[in-house]
Ligand binder design. Structure first.
Ligand code: HEM
Length: 311
């Protein structure tokens, strides 16, 4: 936790996430960049700051890549960076080669921003929600105790035997609606949708949060109710319509399977031995942090963590 490289990375992520809020307007209305003078857009949207932050990230990853290169064991690649470096060498003479160190650094940045922050924030939401709803936490812990003997870690096979835990994870994904408006897409042809004409080239964004709280799909949508995901026999039912935390279609989340696995393994491991609760005299504030624009983050706040009796 005190590793200076990790702390540096956490700081880079935090500053980056806060600074991209300035890009919300040109991201949604890109034409604004063409009608305002360049110097003005730079000033309003803090473009220099964005560039500086990206370079800081790329420098950070370049150091990591160099360290990997210096210690690379071709018989025993450790991770994606090692694998990529080996492919880079293999393709060095290929005229169609697209592998490069810059591409690798950007790939790592993409994976960290899309892959690491998203799961971390969703888990943070889970800690805050379950601290606020102790009865839900206790039910989930009772299921964990029943399925996983003390000290045993869950495997994906246990998922089927843990419908309540699955229900909690799905309800967290719905309530948090991490990517509230999804990622911008462009209509590739003229389209008619729900009575609206969408000309080719239009930027289209989802309305994930709105759909996740639409009473046409959800009974008592504002309430945190994991039970809505269970049928009368207590079996988990993966409701599909009105639920799109990972987007839909060809460009839906590439890491969905990994994210689902992470959420299941992390949450069962953590709640098996720990209790999350509101600190004495304090209430956890569940609305989204308004300072973060592109994702729905919780406000960072204190939570009391105690060890479960017997652990
Ligand atoms: C709880 C965790 C996560 C949530 C809620 C989430 C959500 C999303 C959403 C809403 C999109 C946009 C989909 C669209 O455009 O319609 C997306 C895209 C993406 N996600 Fe995730 N994600 C999560 C975890 C991950 C992980 C773990 C990875 C990879 C390690 C990942 C990699 C990506 C990538 C690469 C894209 C872009 C896909 C494309 O444009 O083709 N995500 N994610």
């Amino acid at each position: 936790m005190d590793d200076p490289r990790l702390l540096e990375f956490e700081d880079l992520i935090r500053v980056f996430m806060e600074s991209i809020a300035h890009l919300a307007i040109p991201d949604i209305f890109p034409w604004i960049m063409y009608i305002l003078p360049g110097a003005l857009t730079g000033l309003i949207f803090h473009l220099d700051l964005q560039k500086k932050n990206i370079y800081k990230f790329l420098n950070y990853f370049n150091k990591e890549i160099e360290e990997h290169r210096a210690t690379l064991d071709r018989d025993c690649p450790r991770d994606l960076i090692d694998g990529y470096l080996m492919m880079m060498e293999e393709k060095a003479e290929d005229p169609d080669n697209t592998f490069s160190e810059k591409d690798l650094a950007i790939l790592i940045l993409d994976l960290f921003l899309a892959g690491s922050e998203s799961s971390t924030i969703t888990l943070t939401w889970m800690f805050y929600y379950l601290a606020t709803y102790p009865e839900v936490q206790q039910k989930m812990q009772a299921e964990i105790d029943e399925v996983l003997p003390k000290g045993t870690l869950a495997t994906l096979e246990d998922k089927l035997r843990m419908p309540y835990t699955e229900a909690v994870i799905h309800e967290i994904l719905r309530k948090s609606s991490l990517a509230a408006t999804g990622v911008q897409h462009v209509a590739t042809r003229d389209t008619q949708l729900g009575g609206y004409f969408i000309p080719k080239g239009t930027i289209v964004m989802g309305a994930q949060e709105t759909v996740h709280h639409d009473p046409r799909y959800w009974d008592r949508p504002d309430e945190f109710l994991p039970e809505r995901w269970l049928d009368q026999q207590g079996k988990f039912t993966a409701k599909k319509e009105g639920f799109l935390p990972f987007g839909v279609g060809k460009r839906s989340c590439l890491g969905e399977a990994l994210a689902r696995m992470e959420l299941f393994i992390f949450s069962t491991t953590v709640f098996q031995s720990l209790i999350f609760s509101q600190p004495p005299g304090k209430k956890i504030d569940l609305p989204y942090d308004p300072k973060v624009v592109f994702t729905h983050n919780p406000k960072i706040q204190d939570v009391l963590i105690t060890i479960r009796p017997g652990f």
